[in-house]
Design a protein around this ligand. Structure first.
Ligand SMILES: N[C@@H](CCC(=O)N[C@@H](CS)C(=O)NCC(=O)O)C(=O)O
Length: 156
């Protein structure tokens, strides 16, 4: 005679097996991540924390400049802002030797590409609005438009 397992017993077996499966899944993911196999996936959280901070600066700062320390256009942009007496938030992605100063400069540049249409530096934001790069800043300063935007933002 065929042995028929009561439905309640089968259900219990299924339910005690799933925590074990979950356990092995977590251990497996942990081991793979230590070997670097899942590193690109698991680092997304970290990377997005940086981008969240950048987004906060873009939206929350009166004046926010994304820069690379070795870049002559960025140095000019900083000079323009300083000559107008503006205190600004500065994000230096790399130092004068092109060494990274943040976890992932490329991710920030990708984000700049997404929100401003280009990944060159400098990128200037006033009151949450993208203004332009160095050439734009110089032209706007010559016409007085930059000073107006800064005044409207309460930055000067
Ligand atoms: N015409 C641009 C020039 C900016 C520029 O070329 N910046 C360089 C760094 S000095 C850059 O970002 N190059 C692209 C790259 O490094 O990926 C401006 O006025 O902002």
């Amino acid at each position: 005679m065929a042995h028929v397992e009561p439905a309640a017993l089968t259900a219990r077996r299924r339910s005690w097996r799933s925590p074990h499966q979950l356990f092995f899944l977590v251990i497996g993911a942990f081991l793979l991540s230590r070997r670097g196999v899942l590193a690109p996936v698991l680092s997304v959280g970290q990377e997005s924390q940086l981008l969240q901070e950048v987004e906060q600066k873009v939206k929350g700062s009166k004046v926010f400049l994304v820069s690379k320390a070795y870049c002559p256009f960025c140095q000019k942009a900083k000079e323009v802002l300083s000559s107008l007496g503006v205190a600004f938030d500065l994000l230096e992605l790399v130092d004068v030797n092109k060494q990274p100063l943040v976890d992932d400069p490329e991710a920030v540049l990708d984000y700049m590409q997404r929100i401003t249409g280009a990944r060159t530096v400098p990128r200037l934001f006033i009151a949450g609005k993208f203004i332009g790069g160095c050439d734009d800043m110089i032209h706007m300063a010559q016409s007085g438009e930059l000073q107006k935007r800064l005044k409207d933002a309460g930055a000067i």
